[in-house]
Write a protein that binds this ligand. Structure first.
Ligand code: ZN
Ligand code: ZN
Length: 254
């Protein structure tokens, strides 16, 4: 991922803490619009300068053409308060060979998937298996992508519980691997809406963990009960039902 430096020099008499708070809000608007990833921004004040260092999927994620109305409004507000212009520049990337997210001209399908450590996009491309920047999708709701990001944090909270093992492990696992759980219903609904908006088939990733791996191979689709094994493993997926729009893996447990 790329690391961006967003900063402003305060050239007015307004309170630095006030600008800091507004800057904080700007960071959350960037996040809700899919332009920055995670909540890791290392925002700080040094003399008259406020700086934040968010992660982004693309070099130009924070380019004006990707902004929504809230981002633009807050940039203007901060600039007026500070009597200065916000500066945005890319200062580095996490891995030398990181080349950005999906650039497929047209994806054959998308997948809604995340996990408890991910700060990437919860939408990936079925062709290249890379992240799809949310701001490249049609606006989902209220100029941004909040419902998708809410599902993402709900999923991550369940995944965290099942990884930590001691509190609500079984409950969390059921949320993640049953198709009729509140979590899965929310995710499947989001997939339907993304598909309506983009006309790209969108699959819900169904977590699969079983005590006994044997018999998992022939397990039918949990919604329609039909065979859903992929002939060849695709990326890391073993099951895919084109009727029910769900995709899954054989249990890693042996
Ligand atoms: Zn792609
Ligand atoms: Zn099915």
């Amino acid at each position: 991922m790329f690391i961006q430096e967003v900063s402003i020099e305060i050239n007015s008499n307004c309170s630095k803490d006030e600008v800091y708070q507004e800057f904080n809000l700007l960071m959350s608007f960037y996040r809700d619009n899919g332009q920055t990833q995670g909540r890791i921004e290392s925002q700080y004040i040094d003399k008259n300068k406020i700086t934040a260092l968010p992660y982004s999927l693309e070099n130009n994620s924070l380019a004006e053409e990707n902004n929504n109305v809230y981002v633009n409004k807050w940039i203007e507000k901060i600039q007026t308060l500070s009597n200065a212009l916000i500066s945005i520049k890319t200062i580095g990337k996490t891995m030398e060979d990181y080349n950005g997210c999906c650039t497929c001209e047209k994806s054959d399908f998308y997948i809604l998937i995340t996990n408890y450590v991910s700060i990437e996009s919860p939408v990936t491309c079925g062709n290249c298996n890379s992240n799809v920047a949310l701001y490249n999708l049609p606006t989902y709701y209220d100029f941004g992508y909040m419902p998708i990001l809410n599902w993402e944090t709900n999923y991550q909270s369940c995944d965290r519980l099942q990884m930590n093992c001691q509190v609500g492990e079984r409950w969390a696992l059921n949320q993640m691997q049953k198709t009729d759980s509140a979590l899965s219903k929310q995710g499947i609904q989001i997939c339907k809406r993304i598909e309506e908006l983009t006309k790209v088939p969108t699959y819900y990733f169904l977590y699969n963990y079983r005590k006994h791996k044997s018999s998992d191979d022939n397990r039918p689709c949990p919604i329609c009960n039909k065979k859903w094994n992929l002939k060849n493993r695709m990326h890391f997926y073993d099951f895919k039902c084109d009727d029910c729009r769900i995709i899954s893996t054989i249990s890693a447990n042996s």
